[in-house]
Design a binder for this molecule. Structure first.
Ligand code: UD1
Ligand code: UDP
Length: 363
């Protein structure tokens, strides 16, 4: 019996790892152990509850205003004893968070093989996104199994000299989750409030955008909403107090936007499927919206998801106020521009990534 341990700590990792936990638990040849670092608290619990997963270990490291030193130091010191006790045959980490990097580092120190889910995404700009680009490259040096979501991600790893026999193109596990979340006849009080208005979905949280860039983003959104009374926006806000303060300052008194608490992933996917367009700096939403044919204005300077840009559904608009204002206005006022972006594509998989990963691990 192989012992597979999964370690994750933030909302997006949980959304993409929980379907894999479920699949691995079905396999008779695998013993599955789940450890959460608790880098996120409420936002992590929300996902664990949705998928009905109770972790075997919870390092509970989150504290308000944590910086990269806090997260790194706390996880590294607390995960050691768990890894030494469990002694997994392989430890799976996901993507590019600090939980991911530090867990992989701890595994390296203890010489435990690492499997990297969502391997090979790259911007090749070490400061954008920050610190995620470093994290995923660093995990790539350590990992023994690389589960790449796309052929492009595989190519990055090959170009970096990774052994081809360690790389498996599986698709992204978030597409597995999406097969079950979006439903007909979905209702939500926020959608009743939007009514017949055009519905804009907004999220923002990236570390490199905290401060001035985020104020620019929010000011651009505010100006466009003021000029378009037929538009309503819903913004499920991240729990980071710095994000909340900026949003309150720039958008707090705007009647056309509802700033609400983080929503369950089930609601988020249904919101995405029903919105007119999305403005975000999120990674995961860049993978999800294209499959519903929803244009995404990506408020970042770089993206590790160029597949969606090439397909035409994502547009990188950066964090400059004027650029966001112009693109947001154009998509609302110019039907042809909107139609160019609004078509469904799904370059990120067929919804069977978890089965493939489980098959490989079982073998
Ligand atoms: C982290 C990841 C980022 C990922 C994002 C997803 C790192 C360095 N960053 O960034 O890659 O895109 O998660 O959302 O790993 N907070 C709460 N409750 C929660 C979650 C967060 O109160 O459930 C607050 C805390 O004050 C915390 C702050 O949000 O200090 C920031 O959380 P943190 O994990 O440090 O960074 P994120 O911006 O969430
Ligand atoms: N999401 C959610 N509730 C929210 C906002 C986002 O469930 O209120 C989901 C979204 O559908 C996607 C993931 O969270 O699957 C993205 O997480 P986030 O933007 O926090 O992190 P990133 O993907 O940028 O690392």
């Amino acid at each position: 019996m192989k012992k597979v341990m999964l370690v994750f700590g933030t909302r997006p990792e949980a959304i993409k790892m929980c379907p894999l936990v479920k699949e691995l638990k079905k396999r008779t040849g695998i013993q599955t152990v789940v450890c959460v670092t608790g880098q996120h608290k409420e936002m992590l619990k929300q996902v664990l509850d949705t998928f009905n997963i109770i972790p075997d270990y919870d390092l509970s490291i989150m504290k308000e205003g944590q910086d990269l030193f806090d997260i790194t130091g706390e996880i590294l010191s607390r995960i050691r004893s768990v890894l030494e006790e469990v002694k997994p045959d392989v430890c799976l980490v996901h993507g590019d968070t600090s939980t991911t990097f530090v867990t992989a580092l701890a595994c390296f120190y203890l010489q435990i093989p690492v499997g990297h889910v969502e391997a090979g995404l790259r911007t090749y700009n070490i400061f954008s996104p920050y610190p995620e680009e470093f994290n995923r490259q660093a995990v790539g040096i350590i990992s023994k199994f690389n589960f790449a979501p796309t052929e492009l991600a595989k190519k990055h790893l090959l170009d970096e000299g990774k052994d081809a026999s360690t790389i498996y193109v599986t698709g992204n596990t978030v597409i597995d989750a999406m097969r079950y979340t979006v439903v007909e006849g979905y209702h939500h009080p926020e959608l009743d409030w939007v009514g017949d208005s055009r519905f804009i979905l907004i999220t923002a949280h990236r570390r490199e955008n905290l401060g001035e860039p985020m104020h620019h983003m929010f000011r651009a959104i505010r100006r466009v909403l003021d000029e378009h009374p037929d538009v309503k926006a819903v913004y499920p806000i991240h729990m980071n107090p710095i994000v909340r303060q900026a949003a309150e300052e720039e958008l707090g008194d705007c009647k056309q936007i509802h700033i609400i608490e983080p929503i369950e992933v089930f609601d988020c996917h249904n919101f995405e499927a029903r919105c007119y367009l999305c403005l975000t700096d999120s990674g995961g939403i860049q993978e999800e919206c294209p499959s519903y044919g929803k244009p995404v204005l990506v408020m970042r300077d770089t993206t590790e998801r160029p597949e969606g840009v090439e397909a035409g559904t994502l547009k990188l608009v950066g964090t400059n106020e004027e650029t966001i204002y112009e693109w947001f206005t154009r998509l609302l006022d110019d039907e042809k521009e909107y139609a160019k972006m609004a078509h469904a594509v799904n370059p990120y998989g067929d919804g069977h990534a978890c089965e493939r990963i489980a098959d490989i691990l079982e073998k």
